[in-house]
Design a protein around this ligand. Structure first.
Ligand SMILES: [Zn+2]
Length: 292
């Protein structure tokens, strides 16, 4: 119920910022809504259980390539969607207030719930403003231990550089772990989940974005569809650890999403192929009929 209310209020606020929304298809949600879903999960206190989050990013995973992995019952996205919800989301802001369908912009909007204008993150070279607080920083301030894992250098050198310094300076419990590749990201995430030392694990895999830039973001491109499967196999391993080891005392939210789509060998623009994103969420949101 709380999550539904949060989403309704997020939509009201998104719509009130940009009144002319005829460009946005019905039943699609701004990607920033994920910030509120995670925050609500961590702050909700009714269940009296220990709150945890596993947040998995498949960077640059086109929405129309979901069928590549949806037939795999053991895949991460199909399992999480079947126990919870599959949400159609979008990147790139609104038509009235567009922003780049880029990596730093997309993940920043997801982490903060804010637009480029609000966060100062316009591209991969931007440094996020301190006033744009991520759900990792917020969770750490509320006593949760968090880990951010990625091999993409700009997160560490640019976008989140002030957050990283601030976490160190203020002894905040957010670890920013820069890996050298997806295999290492996967191994680090698995060991954190097995140890149970991080309450919120945020990991991004680059398989799909890397294949898209090299060969093309397309369901017709074998290297890209293979990368889709690779990402979902890695995701499934993380999901497995949680499903096997979480006790009844733990209430874990699992989210799998992407930051943007792609067209040809690039992204950043406002085409549907670049804007259309998605999110698998391990909670029933029951949104479809409520907002049309
Ligand atoms: Zn990206």
């Amino acid at each position: 119920m709380n999550i539904i209310l949060v989403i309704l209020s997020a939509l009201v606020s998104a719509f009130s910022r940009a009144p002319a929304q005829a460009d946005i298809p019905p039943n699609e949600y701004p990607q920033g809504i994920l910030n509120q879903i995670v925050t609500e999960h961590l702050e909700e206190n009714v269940s009296n259980k220990e709150k945890k989050v596993l947040f998995i990013g498949y960077d640059g995973y086109r929405r129309d390539c979901l069928p590549v992995i949806s037939s795999n019952e053991n895949g991460a996205v199909s399992r999480i969607s079947s126990i919870g919800s599959l949400l159609m989301t979008y990147a790139g802001g609104t038509k009235d207030n567009p922003q780049q369908t880029g990596t730093a912009v997309g993940w920043s909007t997801i982490l903060t719930g804010l637009s480029s204008e609000e966060s100062g993150v316009w591209n991969n070279k931007s440094v996020k403003r301190d006033s744009a607080v991520t759900f990792l920083t917020r969770a750490a301030k509320n006593g949760f231990s968090c880990a951010f894992i990625s091999s993409y250098p700009s997160h560490f050198d640019k976008t989140l550089v002030r957050d990283i310094r601030k976490a160190r300076r203020d002894s905040l419990s957010v670890e920013y772990i820069r890996t050298s590749n997806d295999e290492e990201s996967r191994a680090v995430a698995i060991s954190l989940l097995e140890e149970g030392t991080a309450d919120v694990v945020f990991v991004i895999f680059e398989y799909t974005d890397a294949a898209g830039h090299s060969y093309g973001f397309s369901s017709d491109e074998k290297a890209y569809t293979e990368a889709c499967r690779k990402a979902d196999t890695a995701g499934a391993e993380l999901v497995d650890v949680c499903l096997k080891t979480d006790s009844d005392a733990i209430d874990r939210l699992i989210v799998i999403t992407t930051d943007h789509g792609g067209i040809g060998r690039r992204h950043g623009g406002q085409s549907n192929a670049e804007r259309e994103t998605w999110a698998a969420i391990s909670h029933k949101l029951e949104l479809e009929n409520k907002l049309s």
